[in-house]
Write a protein that binds this ligand. Sequence first.
Ligand code: 13P
Length: 331
Amino acid sequence: MTDLVGIARAFFEKGKGILAADESVHTATARLASYGVPASAEMRRQYRDLFLGAPDVEHHLSGVILFSETLLEEGNDKKLFPESLISRGIMPGVKVDLGTEPFSASPREFITNGLIGLPERLLEFKKQGAVFTKWRSVIRIDGDTLPSPQALHENAKRLASYAKEVQTAGMVPILEPEVLHEGKHSRARARAVISETLKILFSVLDEFSVDRASVILKTSMVLSGSESGKHDSPEEVADDTLATLMGNVPPQVSGIVFLSGGQTPDESTANLAAIARRAKEINAPWPLTFSYARALQEEALSVWKGKEENVPAARAAFLDRLAKVSAATIG
Ligand code: 13P
């Protein structure tokens, strides 16, 4: 039997974390366009190679979350991406949800799809080298009206069904209930919403008999909304984030990873360092690390611009940020 707890724990080796490189075709196209890179399957492959093919990433990465098409593609070294990652001791994983759609009971909110046919897709992904998976739900804050309890419950049920299927298939599930940073809300409101989201999630996971010890939680940090006009100090973020997690995440959970959520690379690095320091002070029961997409990629993409001659400088920018974020996990 696969040692799922052992795999889940292995993501948290000291100074290592996860690169989220699982942008869907739609998101990757929009992301590349914002840096002036034309859309094509080949440009997406080169985009992945920029990060996955960078030398020495194994010093800082324990895992990479891929989009399904990347599992089947080769890097410029002519090796399949999963094979190349495994050869460097990095675990390949895959995003298995199929994105969001408006929630019929509350159309200003989102619900995540992808449960139909999931067991069959998981078998394929496992054959293609994936050892872990991710499912993201999206929770939007709007004043005191959103999120609705119905959306929180429906998203939690889908995360729980997903987690159960993934554990049955012998892979580790990352559960990502992302509470969006976008909005005018206060940090106190973000804290209340993240608390409620996690409380509901863990109670539904128990109903579905999901093994807590082999799930990884991927969460937002507790931050004031991006349009609130308030800039939180790293200590404020760390205090509120740890208080929220301590109150709502069972100690058996194998570990917690953070998304960057649209923070700048510097903010996401400083906030993570403060969170790591606070976790040590209070003796938090789970290991913590990063699982960033934008904060790790942004600086490199603005150097790369889709041009081959810029690859070495873009990779240097990526490695520089990756080293800073890795150092932040140590506090
Ligand atoms: P960001 O770090 O850009 O928020 O992305 C993380 C992620 O995996 C979103 O699903």
